[in-house]
Design a protein around this ligand. Structure first.
Ligand code: NAP
Length: 321
Protein backbone atom coordinates (compact mmCIF):
# COMPACT_ATOMS: atom_id res chain seq x y z
CA UNK A 1 0.00 0.00 0.00
CA UNK A 2 2.99 2.32 -0.50
CA UNK A 3 1.11 4.42 -3.00
CA UNK A 4 -1.60 5.22 -0.46
CA UNK A 5 1.09 6.32 2.00
CA UNK A 6 2.71 8.68 -0.52
CA UNK A 7 -0.60 10.46 -1.04
CA UNK A 8 -0.77 12.28 2.27
CA UNK A 9 -1.26 16.03 2.17
CA UNK A 10 0.07 18.22 4.93
CA UNK A 11 -2.61 18.80 7.55
CA UNK A 12 -4.30 21.06 8.37
CA UNK A 13 -5.49 21.98 4.88
CA UNK A 14 -5.85 25.68 4.13
CA UNK A 15 -9.54 26.56 4.15
CA UNK A 16 -10.95 28.52 1.23
CA UNK A 17 -14.57 27.52 1.83
CA UNK A 18 -16.95 26.70 4.65
CA UNK A 19 -20.66 25.84 4.90
CA UNK A 20 -21.58 29.35 6.05
CA UNK A 21 -20.40 30.61 2.62
CA UNK A 22 -22.85 28.41 0.71
CA UNK A 23 -25.46 30.69 -0.87
CA UNK A 24 -29.21 30.12 -0.90
CA UNK A 25 -29.86 27.34 -3.44
CA UNK A 26 -33.66 27.51 -3.42
CA UNK A 27 -35.08 26.47 -6.79
CA UNK A 28 -31.92 24.61 -7.86
CA UNK A 29 -31.89 20.91 -8.66
CA UNK A 30 -28.81 18.86 -7.77
CA UNK A 31 -27.86 15.27 -8.53
CA UNK A 32 -25.16 13.45 -6.59
CA UNK A 33 -23.92 10.01 -7.66
CA UNK A 34 -22.65 8.18 -4.59
CA UNK A 35 -24.71 10.55 -2.46
CA UNK A 36 -25.39 7.83 0.09
CA UNK A 37 -21.72 7.29 1.07
CA UNK A 38 -19.44 9.05 3.56
CA UNK A 39 -18.53 12.27 1.71
CA UNK A 40 -21.56 12.17 -0.59
CA UNK A 41 -23.97 12.31 2.36
CA UNK A 42 -22.40 15.58 3.50
CA UNK A 43 -22.53 17.03 -0.02
CA UNK A 44 -26.23 16.13 -0.22
CA UNK A 45 -26.96 17.38 3.29
CA UNK A 46 -25.49 20.83 2.66
CA UNK A 47 -27.05 21.22 -0.79
CA UNK A 48 -30.47 20.32 0.66
CA UNK A 49 -30.08 22.40 3.83
CA UNK A 50 -29.33 25.38 1.61
CA UNK A 51 -32.54 24.90 -0.35
CA UNK A 52 -31.71 22.72 -3.37
CA UNK A 53 -33.80 19.73 -4.39
CA UNK A 54 -31.31 16.89 -4.15
CA UNK A 55 -31.35 13.52 -5.87
CA UNK A 56 -29.20 10.81 -4.29
CA UNK A 57 -28.04 8.29 -6.87
CA UNK A 58 -26.67 4.91 -5.82
CA UNK A 59 -27.40 1.18 -5.98
CA UNK A 60 -28.70 0.66 -2.44
CA UNK A 61 -32.17 2.17 -2.11
CA UNK A 62 -32.73 1.11 1.52
CA UNK A 63 -29.50 2.72 2.66
CA UNK A 64 -30.14 5.90 0.66
CA UNK A 65 -33.62 6.19 2.20
CA UNK A 66 -32.05 5.89 5.67
CA UNK A 67 -29.65 8.70 4.77
CA UNK A 68 -32.56 10.85 3.59
CA UNK A 69 -34.49 10.14 6.82
CA UNK A 70 -31.45 11.10 8.92
CA UNK A 71 -30.97 14.39 7.08
CA UNK A 72 -34.70 15.19 7.31
CA UNK A 73 -34.64 14.39 11.04
CA UNK A 74 -32.52 17.45 11.70
CA UNK A 75 -33.75 19.46 8.69
CA UNK A 76 -37.43 18.60 8.08
CA UNK A 77 -37.75 20.97 5.12
CA UNK A 78 -34.83 19.36 3.24
CA UNK A 79 -36.02 18.03 -0.12
CA UNK A 80 -34.19 14.83 -1.08
CA UNK A 81 -35.14 11.90 -3.28
CA UNK A 82 -33.53 8.58 -4.21
CA UNK A 83 -32.88 7.55 -7.82
CA UNK A 84 -31.30 4.23 -8.77
CA UNK A 85 -27.95 4.17 -10.58
CA UNK A 86 -25.78 1.15 -11.36
CA UNK A 87 -22.52 2.36 -12.80
CA UNK A 88 -21.20 -1.15 -13.46
CA UNK A 89 -23.36 -1.31 -16.58
CA UNK A 90 -23.24 1.19 -19.45
CA UNK A 91 -26.79 0.29 -20.44
CA UNK A 92 -28.05 0.80 -16.90
CA UNK A 93 -26.14 4.08 -16.50
CA UNK A 94 -27.80 5.36 -19.68
CA UNK A 95 -31.21 4.06 -18.55
CA UNK A 96 -30.79 5.71 -15.15
CA UNK A 97 -29.97 9.06 -16.78
CA UNK A 98 -32.96 8.77 -19.15
CA UNK A 99 -35.33 7.87 -16.28
CA UNK A 100 -33.89 10.76 -14.28
CA UNK A 101 -34.63 13.20 -17.09
CA UNK A 102 -38.29 12.14 -16.91
CA UNK A 103 -38.38 13.31 -13.27
CA UNK A 104 -36.82 16.76 -13.47
CA UNK A 105 -37.60 20.04 -15.18
CA UNK A 106 -34.11 21.47 -14.62
CA UNK A 107 -30.63 20.40 -13.49
CA UNK A 108 -28.24 22.94 -11.97
CA UNK A 109 -25.62 20.76 -10.29
CA UNK A 110 -24.26 17.33 -11.19
CA UNK A 111 -21.77 15.71 -8.84
CA UNK A 112 -20.13 12.68 -10.48
CA UNK A 113 -18.95 11.41 -7.15
CA UNK A 114 -19.51 7.65 -6.67
CA UNK A 115 -16.43 5.48 -6.36
CA UNK A 116 -14.82 2.47 -4.74
CA UNK A 117 -11.35 1.02 -4.26
CA UNK A 118 -11.82 -2.72 -3.96
CA UNK A 119 -14.22 -4.30 -6.44
CA UNK A 120 -16.51 -7.18 -5.56
CA UNK A 121 -16.45 -8.34 -9.20
CA UNK A 122 -13.70 -9.17 -11.72
CA UNK A 123 -15.26 -7.12 -14.50
CA UNK A 124 -18.25 -4.91 -15.21
CA UNK A 125 -21.32 -6.13 -17.07
CA UNK A 126 -19.62 -4.82 -20.23
CA UNK A 127 -16.37 -6.69 -19.59
CA UNK A 128 -14.31 -3.73 -18.39
CA UNK A 129 -11.96 -3.71 -15.38
CA UNK A 130 -14.41 -2.71 -12.62
CA UNK A 131 -12.73 0.35 -11.09
CA UNK A 132 -12.30 1.88 -14.54
CA UNK A 133 -15.60 0.59 -15.90
CA UNK A 134 -17.63 1.96 -13.03
CA UNK A 135 -15.87 5.15 -11.97
CA UNK A 136 -15.07 6.33 -15.49
CA UNK A 137 -17.21 4.50 -18.04
CA UNK A 138 -20.44 4.45 -16.01
CA UNK A 139 -20.09 8.14 -15.25
CA UNK A 140 -19.20 8.93 -18.86
CA UNK A 141 -22.35 7.16 -20.12
CA UNK A 142 -24.45 8.87 -17.46
CA UNK A 143 -23.23 12.43 -18.13
CA UNK A 144 -23.26 12.03 -21.92
CA UNK A 145 -26.92 11.05 -21.68
CA UNK A 146 -27.71 14.09 -19.53
CA UNK A 147 -25.67 16.48 -21.66
CA UNK A 148 -28.20 17.33 -24.42
CA UNK A 149 -30.71 18.25 -21.70
CA UNK A 150 -28.13 20.32 -19.80
CA UNK A 151 -27.29 22.18 -23.01
CA UNK A 152 -30.91 22.79 -23.96
CA UNK A 153 -31.85 24.37 -20.64
CA UNK A 154 -31.76 28.12 -20.56
CA UNK A 155 -29.89 28.29 -17.23
CA UNK A 156 -26.89 30.56 -16.94
CA UNK A 157 -24.93 28.52 -14.38
CA UNK A 158 -24.86 24.74 -14.63
CA UNK A 159 -22.03 22.92 -12.89
CA UNK A 160 -20.59 19.45 -13.34
CA UNK A 161 -18.21 18.39 -10.59
CA UNK A 162 -16.07 15.30 -10.96
CA UNK A 163 -14.66 13.64 -7.86
CA UNK A 164 -11.16 12.43 -8.65
CA UNK A 165 -8.30 11.83 -6.21
CA UNK A 166 -4.68 12.76 -5.67
CA UNK A 167 -4.02 9.13 -6.54
CA UNK A 168 -4.41 10.10 -10.21
CA UNK A 169 -0.92 11.62 -9.93
CA UNK A 170 0.62 8.25 -9.07
CA UNK A 171 -0.14 6.64 -12.42
CA UNK A 172 3.05 6.10 -14.47
CA UNK A 173 3.31 6.81 -18.21
CA UNK A 174 1.58 6.05 -20.59
CA UNK A 175 -1.28 6.51 -18.12
CA UNK A 176 -3.86 4.27 -19.70
CA UNK A 177 -3.03 1.23 -21.79
CA UNK A 178 -6.30 0.71 -23.64
CA UNK A 179 -5.37 -2.88 -24.43
CA UNK A 180 -5.36 -3.71 -20.72
CA UNK A 181 -8.78 -2.60 -19.56
CA UNK A 182 -10.39 -6.01 -19.57
CA UNK A 183 -11.67 -7.94 -16.54
CA UNK A 184 -9.33 -9.74 -14.16
CA UNK A 185 -8.42 -9.92 -10.50
CA UNK A 186 -5.64 -7.61 -9.27
CA UNK A 187 -2.66 -9.62 -7.99
CA UNK A 188 -2.12 -7.54 -4.83
CA UNK A 189 -3.07 -4.29 -3.11
CA UNK A 190 -0.43 -2.32 -4.99
CA UNK A 191 -2.19 -3.26 -8.21
CA UNK A 192 -5.51 -2.26 -6.63
CA UNK A 193 -3.98 1.11 -5.84
CA UNK A 194 -2.69 1.52 -9.40
CA UNK A 195 -6.07 0.57 -10.86
CA UNK A 196 -7.75 3.06 -8.55
CA UNK A 197 -5.30 5.77 -9.63
CA UNK A 198 -5.93 4.91 -13.30
CA UNK A 199 -9.70 5.23 -12.82
CA UNK A 200 -9.17 8.57 -11.07
CA UNK A 201 -6.85 9.69 -13.91
CA UNK A 202 -9.68 8.84 -16.31
CA UNK A 203 -12.00 11.03 -14.21
CA UNK A 204 -9.50 13.88 -14.58
CA UNK A 205 -9.05 13.33 -18.33
CA UNK A 206 -12.82 13.23 -18.88
CA UNK A 207 -13.37 16.37 -16.82
CA UNK A 208 -10.68 18.27 -18.74
CA UNK A 209 -11.87 17.03 -22.13
CA UNK A 210 -15.54 17.72 -21.41
CA UNK A 211 -14.64 21.28 -20.45
CA UNK A 212 -12.84 21.64 -23.81
CA UNK A 213 -15.66 20.04 -25.81
CA UNK A 214 -18.19 22.44 -24.28
CA UNK A 215 -15.92 25.42 -24.86
CA UNK A 216 -15.39 24.40 -28.49
CA UNK A 217 -19.17 24.26 -28.95
CA UNK A 218 -19.47 27.77 -27.53
CA UNK A 219 -21.26 26.52 -24.40
CA UNK A 220 -20.34 28.94 -21.62
CA UNK A 221 -23.11 28.29 -19.11
CA UNK A 222 -22.03 24.73 -18.28
CA UNK A 223 -18.75 24.34 -16.40
CA UNK A 224 -16.83 21.20 -15.49
CA UNK A 225 -14.24 20.95 -12.74
CA UNK A 226 -12.55 18.09 -10.93
CA UNK A 227 -11.29 17.80 -7.38
CA UNK A 228 -9.66 15.67 -4.75
CA UNK A 229 -11.73 15.69 -1.54
CA UNK A 230 -8.79 14.95 0.77
CA UNK A 231 -8.20 11.94 2.99
CA UNK A 232 -11.39 10.92 4.75
CA UNK A 233 -12.12 7.70 6.61
CA UNK A 234 -15.32 6.38 5.01
CA UNK A 235 -16.78 3.10 3.83
CA UNK A 236 -14.30 3.31 0.95
CA UNK A 237 -11.46 2.03 3.15
CA UNK A 238 -13.27 -0.88 4.79
CA UNK A 239 -12.71 -3.37 1.94
CA UNK A 240 -9.03 -2.35 1.87
CA UNK A 241 -8.79 -3.11 5.60
CA UNK A 242 -10.49 -6.48 5.02
CA UNK A 243 -7.89 -7.33 2.36
CA UNK A 244 -5.14 -6.52 4.85
CA UNK A 245 -6.43 -9.18 7.29
CA UNK A 246 -4.96 -8.77 10.79
CA UNK A 247 -3.29 -5.50 9.75
CA UNK A 248 -6.70 -4.08 8.78
CA UNK A 249 -7.52 -2.44 12.14
CA UNK A 250 -4.05 -0.86 12.19
CA UNK A 251 -4.58 0.49 8.67
CA UNK A 252 -7.95 1.99 9.66
CA UNK A 253 -6.47 3.56 12.82
CA UNK A 254 -3.66 5.10 10.75
CA UNK A 255 -6.13 6.33 8.12
CA UNK A 256 -8.26 7.91 10.84
CA UNK A 257 -5.21 9.72 12.17
CA UNK A 258 -4.53 11.43 8.83
CA UNK A 259 -8.20 11.99 7.94
CA UNK A 260 -10.34 15.06 7.90
CA UNK A 261 -14.05 14.64 8.70
CA UNK A 262 -16.57 13.79 5.94
CA UNK A 263 -18.05 17.27 6.52
CA UNK A 264 -14.69 18.86 5.68
CA UNK A 265 -14.17 16.33 2.89
CA UNK A 266 -17.36 17.55 1.23
CA UNK A 267 -16.30 21.20 1.22
CA UNK A 268 -14.16 21.23 -1.94
CA UNK A 269 -17.00 19.60 -3.89
CA UNK A 270 -19.46 22.08 -2.37
CA UNK A 271 -17.15 24.96 -3.23
CA UNK A 272 -17.20 23.87 -6.86
CA UNK A 273 -20.96 23.39 -7.01
CA UNK A 274 -22.08 26.41 -5.01
CA UNK A 275 -19.51 29.18 -4.69
CA UNK A 276 -20.21 32.30 -6.78
CA UNK A 277 -16.40 32.52 -7.18
CA UNK A 278 -16.43 29.45 -9.44
CA UNK A 279 -19.11 30.72 -11.82
CA UNK A 280 -17.67 30.49 -15.34
CA UNK A 281 -14.54 28.61 -14.21
CA UNK A 282 -14.10 25.37 -16.14
CA UNK A 283 -11.50 22.67 -16.76
CA UNK A 284 -9.73 23.22 -13.45
CA UNK A 285 -8.63 20.97 -10.60
CA UNK A 286 -9.06 21.71 -6.88
CA UNK A 287 -7.77 20.16 -3.68
CA UNK A 288 -8.90 20.65 -0.06
CA UNK A 289 -10.28 22.89 0.96
CA UNK A 290 -11.32 24.73 -2.19
CA UNK A 291 -7.76 25.41 -3.38
CA UNK A 292 -6.94 25.48 -7.11
CA UNK A 293 -4.10 23.06 -7.89
CA UNK A 294 -2.18 21.54 -10.78
CA UNK A 295 -3.29 18.12 -11.89
CA UNK A 296 -0.77 15.63 -13.25
CA UNK A 297 0.87 16.12 -16.68
CA UNK A 298 -0.89 12.97 -17.88
CA UNK A 299 -4.27 14.45 -16.94
CA UNK A 300 -3.44 17.44 -19.17
CA UNK A 301 -2.28 15.29 -22.09
CA UNK A 302 -4.47 16.35 -25.06
CA UNK A 303 -3.89 13.13 -27.00
CA UNK A 304 -4.76 10.95 -24.00
CA UNK A 305 -7.89 13.01 -23.28
CA UNK A 306 -9.06 12.55 -26.89
CA UNK A 307 -8.15 8.86 -26.96
CA UNK A 308 -10.14 8.19 -23.76
CA UNK A 309 -13.07 10.18 -25.12
CA UNK A 310 -13.11 8.19 -28.37
CA UNK A 311 -12.64 4.88 -26.55
CA UNK A 312 -15.55 5.75 -24.21
CA UNK A 313 -17.82 6.77 -27.10
CA UNK A 314 -16.85 3.48 -28.75
CA UNK A 315 -17.90 1.54 -25.64
CA UNK A 316 -21.27 3.30 -25.63
CA UNK A 317 -21.83 2.49 -29.32
CA UNK A 318 -20.72 -1.11 -28.73
CA UNK A 319 -23.39 -1.75 -26.10
CA UNK A 320 -26.15 0.07 -27.94
CA UNK A 321 -25.57 -1.70 -31.30
N1 NAP B 1 -12.47 8.81 1.24
C1 NAP B 1 -11.35 9.29 0.75
O1 NAP B 1 -10.31 9.41 1.45
C2 NAP B 1 -11.30 9.72 -0.69
C3 NAP B 1 -10.11 10.31 -1.18
C4 NAP B 1 -10.06 10.70 -2.52
C5 NAP B 1 -11.17 10.52 -3.34
N2 NAP B 1 -12.30 9.91 -2.83
C6 NAP B 1 -13.44 9.73 -3.74
O2 NAP B 1 -14.63 10.22 -3.14
C7 NAP B 1 -15.75 9.49 -3.66
C8 NAP B 1 -16.66 9.00 -2.55
O3 NAP B 1 -15.90 8.33 -1.64
P1 NAP B 1 -16.42 7.99 -0.17
O4 NAP B 1 -15.20 7.94 0.64
O5 NAP B 1 -17.54 8.85 0.23
O6 NAP B 1 -16.93 6.49 -0.45
P2 NAP B 1 -18.11 5.61 0.18
O7 NAP B 1 -18.43 6.06 1.55
O8 NAP B 1 -17.68 4.19 0.00
O9 NAP B 1 -19.35 5.92 -0.79
C9 NAP B 1 -19.38 5.44 -2.10
C10 NAP B 1 -20.71 5.80 -2.74
O10 NAP B 1 -20.69 5.31 -4.09
C11 NAP B 1 -21.86 4.51 -4.31
N3 NAP B 1 -21.53 3.45 -5.27
C12 NAP B 1 -20.58 2.47 -5.13
N4 NAP B 1 -20.60 1.66 -6.19
C13 NAP B 1 -21.56 2.13 -7.04
C14 NAP B 1 -22.06 1.72 -8.32
N5 NAP B 1 -21.56 0.64 -8.95
N6 NAP B 1 -23.05 2.43 -8.90
C15 NAP B 1 -23.56 3.51 -8.28
N7 NAP B 1 -23.15 3.96 -7.08
C16 NAP B 1 -22.16 3.27 -6.46
C17 NAP B 1 -22.20 3.95 -2.93
O11 NAP B 1 -23.58 3.57 -2.79
P3 NAP B 1 -24.07 2.05 -3.10
O12 NAP B 1 -23.01 1.13 -2.55
O13 NAP B 1 -25.41 1.93 -2.42
O14 NAP B 1 -24.19 1.97 -4.58
C18 NAP B 1 -21.91 5.17 -2.06
O15 NAP B 1 -22.99 6.08 -2.11
C19 NAP B 1 -15.18 8.37 -4.53
O16 NAP B 1 -15.22 8.77 -5.88
C20 NAP B 1 -13.75 8.27 -4.03
O17 NAP B 1 -12.92 7.72 -5.01
C21 NAP B 1 -12.39 9.52 -1.53
Amino acid sequence: MDTFIQDIDILPYKRFYSVDKIPDLTGKVAVVTGGSGGIGIEICRQLAVHGAKVYILSRGEAHALQVIAQIKDSHPSADLEYHELRLESITESIASAKAFLQKVHRIDIVHLHAGFVVASMDGTVDGIEPLFGMQHMGHFAFIMTLLPFLEKQSLDDVRIIVTSSRNHELVPKPGIDFTKLGPGKPKDLDEVSLRYGRAKLANMLMSNQLAKVLKARGVTNITVNAHDPGVILTGLMKPVARELGCFGPLYLAWYKLISISPQEGALTALFLSTSPDVKGVSGEYYVPIGRKAKCSKLALDDALQKKLWEWSEGQMSRVSS
